[in-house]
Design a protein around this ligand. Structure first.
Ligand code: GDP
Length: 360
C-alpha cells in the first residue's frame, strides 16, 4: 500500500502512516520535497472537511489542560481530534515551550486523538508551513476537528489565526485589570476569548469578562464596523469564562464554536476566509522563496559585504544599495530558478491548506 493509501485507510496502520507522512513533509531534502508535494496533491481532495480551531495564550494560562478536557469531550461526542502546535521558541533556540511530554496525558494516548508537536527548527514561516501541511494530512486521515495551538508571543498568533477557521484567545482572570498587556492586534484576531481558571477568583473572572467584552466592542467599532452593529448574520466575538481544570464551561465553549461555525457557513465567510488564507499563504511562501533565492544569488553575495559596510557607515543610502542589489539579482537568472518557486509550479495546490470546500 502506498503512503497516501495508508494515510487514508482507517485502522491500526494509519497512525504510523500519518507520522511517516508528516516526517516526509518536514524533511529538507529536495527529493523528499518532491515526494511530499506529490503526496499532498493526492491527499488534497480528501481535505477541507474538518473544523480548524486555533488556540493561543501565554504559558501557564491552561492551554494543555483545556485542550485535554475539550479533546476528550469531543471524542465522547464521536469526533476525532488532531492537535498540532506552532512553538515559536523552537524557531529561535531549537527548544520548546509546548513540547513537554506530560502535556495532555489522557488525550495523547487516546486512539481517537492524534497529537504532534511543533517542527523543531526553522523560521516561523517555515514551521507554520509544516504545520499547515500536517493539518492536511490529519484531515485526509479523517480527523474532523484539528486544533492548532500556539503561545502568546511574536508572530505565531497571526500565523495560527491565518490557518484556522476560528481563533480563540485564552486569558487569566486578572487579564481585565491590565488590558494594556493584551496586545491589541491579537484581540482583533480573536473570534472568541476564554477567561480560564475562573474557579480561582470568581469576581476577578467576572470583571475580566466585562472589561474584555467592552474592549472588544470598542475595537469592533474602530476596526470592522459590522462588529459594532448588531446583525444576526455576522459573528460578534464573544467572551466566556471557564475552568479547564474542573471541566466547567467546556460544553458552553463548544456550543459557541458550533454557533460560530454554523453562522460562518451560512453567510459564506468560512469559505471566503479559507480562500484568503490559501492565497495569502501562497504569496507568503513566494516572498520567502524569492528572498532565499536573492540571498543565494552569486552577484548579490559578491556585492553584499561591501554594500553592507557602506550602508552601515553612511557612505551609501540604504535605498540605493537595495536598488543595486535588486538590479544585480534581476540580471541573474538563478533567482527565477529557485527551489521554492519550482515547488509552487510543480504543485500549485500545495500552498493552500486544502480548502477543499472552497476550491470544490
Ligand atoms: P499551558 O502552559 O497554557 O499549557 O498551561 P497548563 O495547561 O499546563 O496549566 C498550567 C497550570 O495551571 C497547571 O498547573 C494546571 O493544572 C493549572 N490550570 C489549568 N487550568 C486551570 C483552571 O481552570 N483552574 C485552575 N485552578 N488551575 C488551572
Amino acid at each position: 500500500m502506498s503512503l497516501v493509501q495508508s494515510v487514508l485507510a482507517p485502522g491500526a496502520q494509519q497512525r504510523r502512516a500519518i507520522a511517516k507522512a508528516i516526517t516526509l513533509l518536514e524533511s529538507t531534502r529536495t527529493d523528499h520535497r518532491a515526494q511530499a508535494d506529490e503526496m499532498l496533491t493526492a491527499l488534497l481532495p480528501h481535505t477541507g472537511n474538518a473544523f480548524r480551531l486555533g488556540i493561543s495564550g501565554v504559558p501557564g494560562v491552561g492551554k494543555s489542560t483545556f485542550i485535554e478536557a475539550l479533546g476528550l469531550h469531543l471524542i465522547a461526542k464521536g469526533h476525532r481530534v488532531a492537535v498540532l502546535t506552532i512553538d515559536p521558541s523552537s524557531t529561535v533556540s531549537g527548544g520548546s515551550i509546548l513540547g513537554d511530554k506530560t502535556r495532555m496525558e489522557k488525550l495523547s494516548v487516546h486512539e481517537m486523538a492524534y497529537i504532534r508537536p511543533s517542527p523543531s527548527s526553522g523560521t516561523l514561516g517555515g514551521v507554520a508551513e509544516k504545520t499547515r501541511e500536517a493539518m492536511l494530512v490529519c484531515e485526509a486521515a479523517g480527523y474532523d476537528i484539528v486544533i492548532v495551538e500556539t503561545v502568546g508571543v511574536g508572530q505565531s498568533e497571526t500565523a495560527v489565526a491565518g490557518m484556522t477557521d476560528m481563533f480563540v484567545l485564552m486569558q487569566l482572570p486578572n487579564a481585565g485589570d491590565d488590558l494594556q498587556a493584551i496586545k491589541k492586534g491579537v484581540m482583533e484576531l480573536a473570534d472568541l476569548v476564554v477567561i480560564n481558571k475562573s474557579d480561582l477568583d470568581a469576581d476577578a473572572a467576572m470583571r475580566a469578562q466585562a472589561q474584555i467584552t467592552s474592549a472588544m466592542r470598542l475595537l469592533g467599532q474602530q476596526g470592522n464596523p459590522e462588529h459594532a452593529r448588531h446583525h444576526q448574520h455576522v459573528w460578534h466575538p464573544q467572551v466566556i469564562q471557564l475552568s479547564a481544570l474542573l471541566g466547567e464551561g467546556v460544553d458552553r465553549f463548544w456550543h459557541e464554536v458550533e454557533s460560530f461555525r454554523r453562522l460562518q457557513m451560512l453567510n459564506g465567510r468560512l469559505a471566503t476566509r479559507r480562500q484568503h488564507q490559501a492565497l495569502s499563504w501562497m504569496w507568503e511562501r513566494i516572498e520567502a522563496g524569492l528572498k532565499q533565492a536573492f540571498r543565494q544569488d552569486a552577484e548579490v553575495r559578491r556585492l553584499l559585504p561591501q554594500l553592507t559596510t557602506d550602508v552601515s557607515q553612511g557612505r551609501v543610502a540604504a535605498s540605493t544599495a537595495a536598488r543595486q542589489l535588486l538590479a544585480a539579482a534581476a540580471s541573474n537568472s538563478s533567482v527565477r530558478a529557485e527551489p521554492v518557486a519550482a515547488h509552487a509550479s510543480h504543485n500549485p495546490a500545495s500552498p493552500s491548506t486544502g480548502s477543499g470546500r472552497a476550491e470544490a
